[in-house]
Design a protein around this ligand. Structure first.
Ligand SMILES: *Cc1c(COP(=O)(O)O)cnc(C)c1O
Length: 439
C-alpha cells in the first residue's frame, strides 16, 4: 500500500493495512471508536504495538511523538512506573468485586480535594456515562426538562446530547444520528458557544424550564476554543438567577488545565461537573460530582437512579488514584504550559514562514492549529477551516514521526513526558510538512 504522505515515499503501513482489512471484516469500520479510522483525514490508521513516555510505536516499526495521549488521559505520558505498579498490585488482589473498596473512598477524597465545586462524587466507567448521569441529576433535582447544549461541544454519545450543530440562530435540536429519536432530543436547546446574547434570549424564552446549561468550559472537541472573557461569568450569573444548573463537562479539561480543571483556572464554580479521561489514569473510569446537597439526590442516598457493574473498578481506581496523586505532588502544570507555549509559538512561526493562513489556539497543554485565517470563537468559525489542507498536513506529519489528532476538530495534548527536544523536532517536522502539503 502506498503512503498517504506524498513527499515521504518510504513511509508505508503494510502491516497496518493488513490489520485494518482484517479488522474491517469483524468490527464496524475496523475500529471501536469512529475517530480512530482516520475518516477526517483520509487513508488508513497505523495499528499500534506499544507506547512509552511521549511515544507511540506502530506494528510497521514507526515511532511517533504522541500528541493525542489516548485522547486526553495520558497526561503523565505512557507507562509511568508508579501507575503500572499500582495497577499490578491491584491485579494481585482482585480485578472486580461488586462490593465497596477503600480505594474508591481514597480516589473520591482526592477528587474532592482537587476540584473546587465537588463535595461528593460518583464513579462510572466512561465520560459518556458521566455526562448522561449528570444531566439526569440536573433534571431530577430541578424538575425541569430542557438542557442547553453548545454547538460543536461533545459530551459522549448520549442520545439527548447527540444533536446537530445548528446555525447561529437558536433552534430546537434535531438528532444527528439515526437511532436517536426526535423525542430524545426534543428538550435539547442548541446555542452557539461564546454568545451571551443568545443565552439570554433562550432564558427569556423558556424561563424556569431549563434544567441545565451544559458545556465544555474550554471547548476541545471542535478544536481548542477558549471561552471569551466574561462568558463563563455570564453563564454563571444567568443560570443562578433562573435556578438552572451550570454543568461543566470537564471530561477533557479536568486535571488537565489545572489540578482543579477549568473551574480552578477560570475561577468559576459550576453546580455539577462531569469528569473522565485523566481521572482513570488510562483505564476506564469517569465520574460526576457536585455539592453534597445535589449528590445526595443520587441513589441510594436519594431517588435519582444510576448504577454500574464495573463502576469503581479496582484496576481503574488504582491507575486513577496514582495519577491524581502524582499530579498533586509533581505539579507538572507549569512545565506543561512552558512546553505547550513553545510548541504553539513554533507552529505559528512555521506556518507564517510558509505563508499559510492559520491560527494556533491554546489553553495550558491543549492546543489546535487551525488552518483558518481568523480566530475561532465558536463552531461556525471552526467550520470555516481548511480541512483538506489539514488532512495533507496531518499525513506529512505522521510520515515524519509526529502523531497529531486525526481531525482539524480535535485538540492536541502535551504530556509531562514530552521534552523540549520533542517539541523542537515537532516544529521542525511542521515546517517541512506544511511545505510538502501546499506543494
Ligand atoms: C471524551 C469526552 C466525553 C466522552 O467520554 P468517553 O469516555 O469517550 O465516553 C465527554 N465529554 C467530553 C468533553 C469529552 O472530551
Amino acid at each position: 500500500m502506498a503512503s498517504f504522505a506524498r513527499s515521504v515515499p518510504l513511509y508505508t503501513l503494510n502491516r497496518s493495512h493488513e490489520a485494518f482489512l482484517r479488522a474491517g471484516r469483524v468490527i464496524p469500520g475496523g475500529v471501536n471508536s469512529p475517530a480512530r479510522a482516520f475518516g477526517a483525514v483520509g487513508g488508513e490508521p497505523p495499528f499500534m504495538s506499544h507506547a512509552e513516555g511521549a511515544y507511540l510505536y506502530d506494528i510497521d516499526g514507526h515511532k511517533y511523538i504522541d500528541y493525542i495521549g489516548s485522547w486526553g488521559p495520558m497526561i503523565l505520558g505512557h507507562g509511568r512506573s508508579e501507575v503500572k505498579s499500582a495497577v499490578a498490585s491491584a491485579l494481585e488482589t482482585g480485578t472486580s468485586f461488586g462490593a465497596p473498596t477503600l480505594r474508591e473512598v481514597e480516589i473520591a477524597e482526592a477528587v474532592i480535594g482537587a476540584v473546587p465545586s465537588i463535595e461528593k462524587v460518583r464513579f462510572v466507567s466512561s465520560g459518556t456515562e458521566a455526562s448522561m448521569s449528570a444531566v439526569r441529576v440536573a433534571r431530577g433535582v430541578t424538575g425541569r426538562d430542557k438542557i442547553v447544549k453548545m454547538a460543536g461541544h461533545y459530551h459522549g454519545h448520549v442520545d439527548a446530547l447527540l444533536v446537530q450543530a445548528g446555525s447561529a440562530a437558536t433552534t430546537l435540536g434535531t438528532p444527528n444520528s439515526p437511532g436517536v429519536t426526535a423525542g430524545a432530543a426534543a428538550d435539547t436547546i442548541l446555542c452557539e458557544f461564546n454568545d451571551i446574547a443568545e443565552i439570554c434570549e433562550v432564558f427569556a424564552r423558556f424561563p424556569g424550564q431549563i434544567a441545565a446549561v451544559l458545556l465544555e468550559p474550554v471547548a476541545g472537541n471542535m478544536g481548542l476554543v477558549p471561552p471569551d472573557p466574561g462568558y463563563l461569568e455570564a453563564l454563571r450569573e444567568i443560570t443562578e438567577k433562573d435556578g438552572a444548573i451550570l454543568l461543566f463537562d470537564e471530561v477533557m479539561t479536568g486535571f488537565r488545565l489545572a489540578l482543579g480543571g477549568a473551574q480552578e483556572l477560570f475561577g468559576i464554580t459550576p453546580d455539577l461537573t462531569a469528569l473522565g479521561k485523566i481521572v482513570g489514569g488510562g483505564l476506564p473510569a469517569a465520574a460526576y460530582g457536585a455539592s453534597k446537597r445535589l449528590m445526595d439526590f443520587v441513589s441510594p442516598a436519594g431517588p435519582i437512579y444510576q448504577a454500574g457493574t464495573l463502576s469503581g473498578n479496582p484496576l481503574a481506581m488504582a491507575a486513577g488514584l496514582t495519577t491524581l496523586n502524582l499530579l498533586k505532588t509533581e505539579n507538572p502544570y507549569p512545565k506543561l504550559d512552558g512546553l505547550s507555549s513553545r510548541l504553539a509559538e513554533g507552529l505559528t512561526r512555521a506556518m507564517t514562514d510558509a505563508g499559510v493562513p492559520h491560527v494556533v489556539q491554546r489553553v495550558g497543554s491543549m492546543l489546535t492549529l487551525f488552518f483558518n485565517a481568523n480566530p475561532v470563537h465558536n463552531y461556525a468559525d471552526a467550520k470555516r477551516s481548511d480541512t483538506a489542507l489539514f488532512g495533507r498536513f496531518f499525513w506529512e506529519m505522521l510520515a515524519r514521526g509526529v502523531y497529531l489528532p486525526c481531525s482539524q476538530y480535535e485538540a492536541a495534548f502535551v504530556s509531562a513526558a514530552h521534552t523540549e527536544d520533542d517539541i523542537d523536532q515537532t516544529i521542525e517536522a511542521a515546517g517541512q510538512a506544511i511545505r510538502a502539503a501546499i506543494a
